[in-house]
Design a protein around this ligand. Sequence first.
Ligand code: SF4
Length: 263
Amino acid sequence: MFCQYPLSDQELTVTGTVFDIREFALFDGPGLRTTVFLKGCPLRCAWCHNPEGLTPEPQVLRSAGGERLVGQRFTATALATRLNRQAEILRDAGGGVTFSGGEPLSQADFVLAVIAGLDRQHVVLDTSGYGDELAFRRLLDRVDLVFFDLKLIDAHLHERYTGSANGPILRNLQALSESKRPYVIRVPLIPGVTDTPENLGAIAATCRCLTGLLRVDLLPYHRAAGGKYGACGLRFSPSWDESRPVRADTGVFERAGLAVRVV
Ligand code: SF4
């Protein structure tokens, strides 16, 4: 897929901001992968475990251990060149590159330009689904697999816990269903918030109406989520009982005829 479409000078020099690059990742898609974490996310999920990925600009994290700059700017060409160094190893291991975040949709032009420079690599887009629909459709044309988060179906609860309405997410989910791209729905299980019978039932009902869904992944709750907030100048204040085990109710999905697994 190297240079899938001709790049203009402007596309070659488009820049983006990345807050981490994880090499040899085993859980971010099929095979062995390099995962690129794009900096900046329009949502503010109360349980976010990557608070250093929320703001779009590079930032200094301060903790007892000292200061550290998080966020590096790349041109698309520079990042693609770096990712291509391991292209052969990743291909041989049935893997490729995953774009995660933060929210990759917020830097869609940059991600598209990086993908165009990749050397025949399998590409996963790991997204909250919150972003511009046209940008999302353009990305869908260029990726091999999508991991799409569904958190809360109730509009008021979604706004309360993420700071934004879920309308754009549900519209992009419909676009995904129509796209013929393979995709996995991922549900972060937050005790008493997303793992309620009402919410999991509503997610199962939503998924039942989709086309092309491979499976539903139920993601465990990260109890260490709050660890990095202080260094980012933020406060982690969960309104749920963190000690309560989550309800990973696979039955509600199985009864809807959906493939489901607890990751
Ligand atoms: S969508 Fe992901 S990165 Fe963005 S705030 Fe929510 S958990 Fe954090």
